[in-house]
Structure formats: C-alpha cells, structure tokens
Design a protein around this ligand. Structure first.
Ligand SMILES: *Cc1c(COP(=O)(O)O)cnc(C)c1O
Length: 496
C-alpha cells in the first residue's frame, strides 16, 4: 500500500514520503501526516526475533513507501552503527518496577540521535529521488539537544549545510559546549537572546517568507527542517517503541498481545506522537502517559481541552521540555478533528493569534488513550535521588519527570500494568542537576568535575561524547537577537 503525506491545514494534493522529508513543513504552514497509518506487517512474535536494524526496516518501509529496499536499508545501516555504544541501540533497563527504554546511546547521548542519525541520509536520498540539485540548508531551532544531534548527523554530509539557533541562556553548560565545539565545514551555531519558542517562531517565519525563499533559490539553496515536525524524524521514532515491546516479549516479561503503557517526557510532542502512531499500527499500547515539567501546557490541555500558551515561561532543569508550543500536537489535533484540515487550521490560527484554542467535546472524547500529568522541579529531583539510593541507577532530569509522572499515575489509578519509560538523555549530559538532586554540596563544583563525581558514584563509563568536549576548542561564538535571525542566515550563506 502506498502511503502519501498531506498537510494538516489544507486539502492540497498529497506528496510522497521523500517529498515530505525534503520539504519538512507543508507550504501552507501545516505538518505532513500520512494518508493512512499502516499496520505492522509481521506478528509481534516475529518482530521480537529481529535486530534493531531489521525492525527499523520493517517499520520504516511501511511509511516511506517510495524508498526502495536498497535505499532504505542503506540509510539504516549508515545510521545505526558504531556511533551507538551498544549493539542493542535502544536497550531496556528494568529498575524499581519500571522499564527504562534508554534512548541515549548515540553520538550526542540524547534521544534525538535516534532520529537525527538517520534523517540526513533519508534527506540526501530524497533529494536524489526528486532530482533536487540545490544545496539543502537545514535551519533548526533547538532547546538544547536537537541542535547538537542534528549537527552530528549532518556534519560534512555533501550537499547540505546546517544552521542551528539555540537560546543563549536556556541550555545547560554541557549542552552549550557540545554545540559550540561542533566540527564540520558545513555547520553553523548561533546563540540568540530569547527563549526556545522565540527561536522556533523565527525559524518557522523564515520558512514561510516567500521573499527569503526566492533569494535563497536564486543563490542555489533550499531550506529544510530537521526539527521534530519532519516526517523523517517522526517515523524512525516509532521503531524503538516496537523494539521495546519486542524486547519485553523476547525476555518473557509479557505475553504476546499484552498491553503496556508508554511514559514519555514531553516537550514538542514528537516522541509521544511516535508512540501514538505505534499504537495505531497495532502495537499493544494501553495508555500514552504524557509527562510535562513545570511548563505544563500539555497537562492543562489534557485536563481541560484548552491549549493556552499565555503563561510564564519557566526555565527548569529539564530544558529540552521547556516548551510552550508543542508543534507536533497539531498532528494529534488533526486526527481527533476527524482529519478535518479546516478545523485544524482554525485552531492553529487561534493559537498563533491569541496564543490559545479550545477543542470540541467530540475531540476531547478521542483523547482517552492519553493521560497527562507533570512533575515539579522538586519532585523530579527527589525521584532521581530515590531511585539512585534504592537501585544505584541514575537517571537524567527529563527521564525523572517521566518517572515521577508514572508514580503519580500509579498512585491515582492503582494500575500496575507494565510500563516503558522513555529515558531520553544520559545523566552525563546534565551532571549539575543530577548531582545536586543527591546533595547540595555539589553546587560548588564545575560541570566537568561533576562528570568525574558521577562516574565515581555510579561506576558507569563516561560517554565518548563528554570526553570529546572536555578539551575541544570553541568554534562558534555568534550571538544575535531573535529578530536578527534572517540577517544572520543570509550572512552565513553569503547572500547580499
Ligand atoms: C527533545 C527532548 C525531550 C522532548 O521530546 P519531544 O519529542 O520534544 O516531546 C525530552 N527529553 C530530552 C532529553 C530531549 O532531548
């Protein structure tokens, strides 16, 4: 069955997977969604016998139907290789009555690697398929992890350049050091004096600026996006939910067909949306547990049916979830609106004009698969300390938000069904918050001293990604106002 992609905001002609990947965002401002969600092609039992790469092919080939087997397998082999520090790619750790799906074994030790190690390959294959010979310029706004993971993926990939914008004062020191030391002649990093939403809004505006688009085309460039709205990121993320289920089945922890919960620390709603698609493919997932930090727009949305970003933006120790506009939620909105693009467009226009919208009662009724809650800073810190003291397992602050919300869910419902918690970053990426959750005495140490403390305390190896940046020179130091981002892009590309 051929799967095409159409916009959430218009009934224009659908495009192929490779075209959707190349374009990133639909020209009408909507996100690309598959015309149908394909079903898993093999039984769960059969899937449980596959390697990560084989499973990736099973899942991704159902969505990316205009890729040949050779093309897609080539992309998968180049992505999920020794860049990951385990052949399992996404191992499952059973701790304290839950299963942590560790998505941080890639090049930049955060879950963004799961998709961004393959996106550049999907994109260059897509360009070739569509006879696109302009140079692809990836513009990305990052709340910390995407930027580095995207650069690691695109660095020195021929025919591409990547420009990353990050909030100068909204990422952790290690996240910043990871970005500003990025190598690769085609990578550019720009700090902005604003928050992540400012950066993301400005990037979206550039995508929709016809004048800028024309200037770029003249100069031989084509904008694309590596943000989590790209279909080429969403689809690879479905794979690890299927893999987690397959692993549980292989290990005899569940019976074939038994439902599990997926608990996901959420920001832009990309990761959890992949689990939702997984469920629609037939993966036995019961609840999709959406965990927020103090920026609990999504929790409020699930509780009230009102999405309202008009609130204070709170900087937390889980910066990759400090987000007030969860872009990928639009795909869910479209779905629960009965694939009514007019309704979806109306709500998204209200969000952009008033910063808020309310869904209908009919739409709310279709949110039964989801449970939303949030964790305060204090609660997340307590979870890190509690689980570490009990089991010796150290989790990062994002994962701690999810683990806390899972505890709240169990306390509220008494539901003891097996749960997989998406563990989205290595604790080594956030040493300060992690160590200070254990003891305030660590406050006076530097982030890199804390790396050694963490290593001493847990006995886990310091990841290569951290060793590399300890002494690496800063290669990027540009900082601009959010308003000056288009000028910075033109300057970088040498457009007058
Ligand atoms: C990006 C990120 C998240 C949030 O994922 P979304 O897909 O944006 O919801 C959570 N944790 C970490 C560590 C991340 O990098």
């Amino acid at each position: 069955m051929e799967i095409l992609y159409k916009s959430t905001r218009g009934n224009k002609e659908a495009v192929t997977a490779s075209q959707a990947i190349l374009q990133g965002l639909s020209p009408d401002g909507g996100l690309f969604v598959p015309t149908a969600v394909p079903k898993l092609k093999k039984s769960l039992k059969e899937l449980s016998e596959l390697s990560y790469q084989e499973l990736a092919y099973e899942v991704m080939s159902s969505f990316l139907t205009d890729f040949t087997e050779e093309e897609l397998k080539g992309c998968i082999q180049r992505a999920y290789d020794s860049k990951f520090d385990t052949t399992e790619i996404a191992p499952l750790a059973e701790k304290d009555g839950a299963y942590y799906l560790e998505l941080f074994h890639g090049a930049t030790i955060a879950f963004k690697d799961m998709a961004l190690s393959i996106l550049p390959h999907l994109m260059t294959v897509s360009a070739k398929k569509n006879h696109e010979d302009r140079e692809i310029v990836i513009l990305t706004a990052t709340s910390g992890d995407t930027g580095k993971a995207a650069m690691a993926g695109f660095a020195d990939v021929p025919g591409t350049r990547i420009i990353v914008f990050y909030p100068k004062h909204g990422v952790s020191p290690i996240q910043e050091k990871q970005m500003v030391t990025q190598k690769g002649a085609n990578t550019y990093v720009v700090g902005i004096t604003g928050n992540f939403d400012d950066a993301q809004t400005a990037v979206k505006k550039m995508f929709h600026d016809p004048k800028l688009g024309e200037e770029l085309a003249q100069a031989g460039f084509l904008f694309s996006s590596a943000n989590s709205i790209n279909v080429g990121r969403l689809v690879p993320q479905i794979v690890y939910y299927v893999y987690a289920y397959a692993t549980l089945l292989r290990q005899g922890k569940i019976q074939e067909g038994e439902k599990i919960h997926a608990v996901v620390p959420t920001g832009n709603f990309g990761n959890i949306l992949a689990a939702y698609y997984g469920k629609q493919m037939g993966l036995p997932i019961d609840k999709l547990i959406c965990a927020s930090n103090d920026n609990k727009v999504l929790y409020d949305f699930f509780s009230t049916g009102v999405y309202d970003k008009n609130r204070e933006f709170i900087l937390t120790t889980s910066p990759s979830m400090d987000i007030l506009i969860s872009s990928n939620l639009e795909r869910l909105i479209y779905r629960i609106a009965g694939e009514d693009s007019e309704k979806c467009k109306e709500l998204m226009e209200a969000l952009s004009a008033q910063g808020k919208y309310e869904i209908t009662a009919d739409m709310r009724e279709q949110l039964g698969d989801f449970y939303g809650n949030y964790a305060t800073e204090e609660e997340a810190g307590q979870t890190i300390a509690r689980v570490f003291r009990k089991t010796g397992y150290m989790m990062d602050p994002h994962t701690a938000v999810a683990a806390t919300v899972y505890e709240k869910y169990k306390a509220q419902t008494g539901d003891e069904r097996i749960a997989v918690i998406a563990s989205t970053a290595s604790p080594y990426k956030f040493t300060r918050s992690v160590m200070c959750s254990l003891d305030s005495k660590y406050e006076t140490m530097s982030d890199f001293e804390l790396v050694d403390e963490l290593n001493r305390l847990t006995g886990t190896a310091v990841p290569r990604a951290i060793e590399e940046i300890r002494t690496a020179p800063v290669l990027h130091d540009r900082v601009v106002d959010a308003a000056d981002m288009p000028a910075a892009v033109k300057d970088i590309l040498g457009i007058k």
